[in-house]
Design a protein around this ligand. Structure first.
Ligand code: GN1
Ligand code: MG
Length: 375
C-alpha cells in the first residue's frame, strides 16, 4: 500500500494535535522515505507546520534502532548548539513524539511514522548555481562532523550494515547479476563491464580503515546537497537533515558523496551524458569549505584521499543504482522503468571524468592544504 492510500488522518492524529489540522501535502524529494508537511492552525490564529515522514522499512529494517540513533544524535547536537549560543530549533532537527510518548508511530498497515519540526524560512538546493553555496554546504557538513566528533560512537546502531562498504556493495552487485531477477542484465552490458573492471578500486578505503590508517568517525553517510537547509535571509547553510544513516564510518564517505552529487554539472538522472562532468570549480569550493570547517581535525590520509573518495563514492552509488535496475527496482523510488539505469550511467560518466581530472583534483587539495591549513 502506498502512503497516499493509507489513512493519513489516522496517522496525523496519532501525534499531538497542535491546533486544528488545516492540511497536509507530500514533498517529493528523496529516493527512500515518504515525506509530508502537516499544517495546524493554533488558537492564536498562527499557522505552524511539522514534517511527517514514513520511514521506508524495506530499506531501514531496524526503525526502532534508527530512531534511537536519531534521538541520541539530535539531543547531543542540541546541547552543543545551545552551548555555542546557537538556535537548536533551527540548527538541528527535533523529534516530536506521538501521543503515546513513543518517538515513532507504527500504523496498522505496519508503516513506521515519525514527526519532526519543519524549519521555516529555509530553502534547499538540488542544483547549484554558485560555488559559494557549495562552500556553504561544505561548512555545514564539516561543522556537523566536528560537533559529533566526541559522540559516543559505540552507542550508535549500524542500522544498515556495510552501508558504504564498497567491496560488500560490489559483492551484492555480482549476486544481483547472477540472479538477474528482472531479466534486464543484457540491457546494461557496457555498464556492467564498467563496474567489473573497477573491482580493485572498491576496497581502497575499507582496507585503510581495517588497517587503522583511517580513523572511524561518526558520519552522516548521505551528504547530498539537498540535505542541507539554507537560511532564507543569510543564504548560509544552517541545518543538516536526513539523519537516518548517521553511523560509524569514514569522513571520506561524507566528502565523496557530497562531491558525487553537488559537483556534477548535471542532475543525477540526466539522460544527456554530454552534460555530465565534474566541475573543478565546485570541487575546489567544497574542498576549501570542508578544510576550513573540519581540516584541523582530519588526518593526513583523510586529506590525501579526498579526490579518491569522490571517485569511489560515485562508483559505489552507480553500482547500487545498476544493481537495483538488475534486481527489478526494489530499493530506490523510480519514475520510469529505465530510471535506475539512467542514474547509473550518469554516475559512471562522472567516474570517468573524475579519472580524467584526477591530477587537477590532487593539485586543488594540495593548494587548499597550504592556503587553509598552512601545511
Ligand atoms: C538515497 O534518501 P536519499 O534520496 O537522500 C540513498 C543514498 C544515495 C542516494 C542517491 C538510505 O538517499 O544512499 O546516495 O539515494 N539513501 C539510502 O541519490 O539508501
Ligand atoms: Mg537519505
Amino acid at each position: 500500500m502506498t502512503a497516499t492510500e493509507t489513512n493519513m488522518m489516522e496517522i496525523i492524529k496519532a501525534f499531538p494535535e497542535y491546533g486544528e489540522i488545516t492540511g497536509y501535502k507530500p514533498i517529493t524529494a528523496g529516493h527512500i522515505n515518504d515525506t509530508y508537511i502537516v499544517e495546524y492552525l493554533l488558537d492564536n490564529g498562527e499557522k505552524v507546520r511539522y514534517l511527517l515522514q514514513r520511514i521506508n522499512t524495506n530499506v531501514f529494517k531496524m526503525p526502532v534502532e534508527l530512531m534511537e540513533n536519531v534521538m541520541g544524535v539530535t539531543a547531543f547536537l542540541r546541547k552543543k548548539i545551545e552551548a555555542a549560543g546557537g538556535d537548536p530549533s533551527r540548527e538541528t532537527l527535533t523529534v516530536y513524539p506521538a501521543k503515546d510518548g513513543m518517538n515513532y508511530y507504527m500504523a496498522e498497515d505496519g508503516g513506521c511514522w515519525r514527526m519532526y519540526n519543519f524549519v521555516e524560512d529555509t530553502f534547499s538546493i538540488s542544483e547549484l548555481t554558485s560555488p559559494d553555496d557549495f562552500k556553504s554546504a561544505a561548512l555545514s557538513f564539516g561543522i556537523f562532523q566536528n560537533l559529533l566528533a566526541d559522540y559516543p560512537i559505540d552507542t550508535l546502531y549500524e542500522t544498515i550494515p556495510n552501508f558504504h562498504n564498497t567491496p560488500s556493495r560490489f559483492k551484492d552487485f555480482v549476486e544481483a547479476l547472477e540472479k538477474n531477477a528482472s531479466g534486464r542484465k543484457n540491457e546494461a552490458k557496457p555498464e556492467i563491464d564498467f563496474v567489473l573492471s573497477r573491482e580493485k578500486d572498491c576496497s581502497v578505503i575499507t582496507d585503510l580503515l581495517d588497517s587503522g590508517m583511517l580513523p572511524v568517525r561518526v558520519t552522516h553517510n548521505d551528504t547530498k546537497l539537498n540535505n542541507v537547509l539554507f537560511d532564507n535571509t543569510t543564504k548560509k547553510g544552517i541545518c543538516v537533515v536526513d539523519l537516518d544513516t548517521v553511523m560509524p564510518g569514514s569522513s571520506l564517505y561524507d566528502f565523496g558523496d557530497s562531491i558525487r552529487f553537488g559537483a556534477n554539472t548535471a542532475a543525477e538522472d540526466e539522460t544527456d551524458l554530454s552534460k555530465v562532468s565534474l566541475s573543478l570549480e565546485y570541487f575546489k569550493a567544497y574542498v576549501e569549505g570542508y578544510l576550513e570547517a573540519a581540516g584541523k581535525s582530519l588526518t593526513e590520509n583523510e586529506i590525501n584521499y579526498l579526490p579518491f573518495s569522490a571517485k569511489l563514492l560515485t562508483l559505489e552509488c552507480g553500482i547500487r543504482f545498476l544493481g537495483d535496475f538488475i534486481n527489478g527496482d526494489v530499493y530506490f523510488k523510480t519514475e520510469y522503468p529505465e530510471h535506475n539505469l539512467v542514474r547509473a550511467r550518469t554516475q559512471f560518466k562522472l567516474v570517468e571524468d573524475i579519472e580524467a581530472k584526477y591530477a587537477d583534483m590532487m593539485q586543488i587539495v594540495e593548494d587548499a592544504k597550504r592556503s587553509i591549513l598552512g601545511v
